[in-house]
Design a protein around this ligand. Sequence first.
Ligand code: NAP
Length: 290
Amino acid sequence: MNNSDTPHAALITGANSGIGQAAATELARRGWRVFAAARSPERGRAAVTQIQNDSGSAAVELLELDLASFSSVRSAAAELLERAPRLDALVNNAGVNLGRRTLTEDGLASTMQVNHFGHVLLTSLLLSRLMQSDDPRVVNVSSMLYQRAGAMPLDDLQLEHQWRGFRPYCISKLANILFTKALHRRYFEHGLATFAVHPGGVRTRLGADGDRGGPLSILWRLVQPFLLSAENGAAPIVDLVDDADKRQLAGAYFNRHQAATLNEHANDHHAAERLWDASNELTDAQWPTL
Ligand code: NAP
């Protein structure tokens, strides 16, 4: 178990922007040591400086991590294990909503690798360290748009036949929830508290960079004034990491601050298990036996 004299430590993916940056800032402000993961060293360094300034904490460090590359995930995990003798929370937050189907260097659909497979591999590599914490937590940032996915397309995980509107993104967010269930099922009895969360509709850069085209981009621009701030969107995530009372709701999906019921596809135990097996095979993830 950890020495309570050292500060709690969290790794947050996609911490150089939007919800991830806001969550990193609030945890740093509360005294957590924060590893802010970013794929771009330039954007990552700028964000770390900003998070330090906004939180008043120097205990914020950059970790280079490109989820679209399994070799980057492995190097980042190795570096983190070197730098962080203590790790209490992992926030799998980074995400993309791409308008076109592209493949990663590992040959997988980018939307699925960044949003799901990369986080599965990262979690597997860090789990032993996390489990040394008195109160280890994994928070998977999903979306209520999972409801638009239908059933998990277990025979088409590279989304070759799913490319309509937001559907690929919705499928990846359903995968976040099924991953939460499978992880909870295996490790809750060993003390791991795993959550999935919809942060709300939040004004961020998600889907910018020309990723979102056509009528959906017009709709997205129209709703901008009604969206939450990044700080507001990060609040439920920070609670799931830092609020002791949340542990009793481990395994749940949160719609912002409330544990919420899931539809039949997200509650599909068989689909969660098949996705777990397929994800481990594709990423070569090895899970610790405790
Ligand atoms: P955002 O501002 O675009 O942040 C996404 C983060 O993911 C950025 O830091 C981005 O880095 C990072 N990222 C993208 N590709 C990556 C890769 N290959 N490797 C590592 N990091 C990568 O959007 P956001 O809204 O804060 O999104 C955060 C999470 O919230 C996502 O999982 C999203 O699905 C979820 N969510 C958002 C909303 C919403 O309304 N905004 C609603 C529901 C759920 P770069 O800056 O380098 O691109």
